[in-house]
Design a protein around this ligand. Sequence first.
Ligand code: NAP
Length: 536
Amino acid sequence: MKQAAAAQAVDMLIVGAGFAGLYMLLKARRLGLRALVIETAPSVGGTWYHNRYPGARVDIQSMEYSFSFDEALQQEWQWSERYAPQPELLRYANHVADRFGLRDGIRLGTRMSGARFDEAERRWTVRSEDGDCWSARFLVMASGPLSSPNLPDFAGLKDFAGPVYHTADWPHEPVDFGGRRVAVVGTGSSAVQAIPIIAGQAAELTVFQRTAAYAAPAHNAPLDRQLEARIKADYAGFRARNRRMHGGFGSLLPPNPVSALAVSAEEREAAFEARWKIGGFAILGAFNDLLLNPQSNAFVAEFVRGKIRTIVKDPATAALLCPTHTIGCKRLCVDSGYYESFNRPNVRLVDISQAPIERFTATGLRSGGREFGFDALVLATGFDAMTGTMMRLDLRGRGGLPIQQKWHAGPLNYLGLGIAGFPNLFNIAGPGSTSAFTNVIVAIEQHVDWIADCVAHLDRHGLSTIEATAAAEAAWAEHVDAAARRTVFLSCNSWYLGANVPGKPRMFMPLAGGFPQYAERCAQVARNGYEGFALA
Ligand code: NAP
């Protein structure tokens, strides 16, 4: 660690150089602010820098999962596939950084260690692990809702003699599984994408499953150039239509506005089948109450289980792969040959739902009194989502209040954007906003635009700080909770609820109320002079 340096003054310090940090930097500069991004990784790209496991690709269609703020950018960029693979998404992030001349505002390889709000100065003092220090009027956390890998405290993990990989922190050198016996722990979205590729490389693949996953086929393919041309002929209109959708995407195929209970069994099956053929999240829009009404949800869950039983040849394996929880309660996975992988002779599935991993050994692991041997281990165990990154920082608001104390029972905030006791700190696409249920780039653009407008408002009115009030924050927590209660999302143990990390407080973190309503609420708050915030 270097000696503590004198603080360099900036107007806005932005943490993270993923899509959120890049766009925030651009907007800050357009406001005339001196802004700096600090980024732990040696590259821009955020999620798409770290999550480079085999098979990693976006689960929202490429034509929708991209920035809309610049017409020339969206016209010139060409995606190669319906769902862009990770290397292409990383190229896109780099392209944005270059095209808008952002690189000189980004300090790579710089990990934030903490920040403290100085009440007299009304500024944040931000520190890096290397001893660098900045004094910033605004602190923007663009660090991403899924950026701290979840590494369960497995007994004996250090004893395992082979290489250990985490899907969210994948090495940058090629990983060769050829001729090796590989184990994958976890069956969420990351595992569902990685398993078909690893299965094709490894001599043997053993998948340790605690909870079976629902996956809908991506039907990925080269991008349909006619569709691309159609969208590009009116990209602005397409984006606007998507922003009116519940999740900020999917206007090409809007949800059917009919209850699954209002039609015959034959009509239901036909609707599910049609949307299964289209792929991705389409199936969850086959009726308007699949994520609201458990009875309707049960129909689509059983439809997908039927697909699993058809695809997977061994009935015992198929039975284990059939989830029993509500579908969509954990984020639906979008796959390319996941269930088919279990038909391969070199792949076996081990159910650890009743017999958790007891410990790792030098040569494998022990579960339920059985020993399993392998040469390499892939942990696809997800993230300490939404709060993990901020809770690992020494982040202190007014009176030195640590974020760990503020959020001891869960992430309190207002609109997901501001935290009482933490003036001039903004959080992008975090808890309390629709981030996780939205095309995240749509969510990012809405947050960044709101923050930029807010900063401009403060400057126009000669104000120095904005801070959520405790009353607004309490009401917002109730609003987020009530939105979740209207859905099936509370019916299983998901990362939305913090349930995937032992000891984490259970609080439903993302807002399930729909992007258009949320965006309108944020706009209304701004129109009403930032009601619910104290401005000084
Ligand atoms: P995840 O959905 O949280 O899945 C983690 C998996 O690890 C689960 O199967 C979980 O089982 C298992 N696990 C965790 N701790 C375990 C333990 N101690 N013992 C055994 N198993 C354990 O994480 P993820 O797959 O990385 O995905 C997280 C989110 O990232 C997704 O929901 C999605 O939003 C995003 N993502 C998107 C894509 C994409 O398609 N674009 C790809 C990857 C990720 P339980 O279910 O029993 O907890």
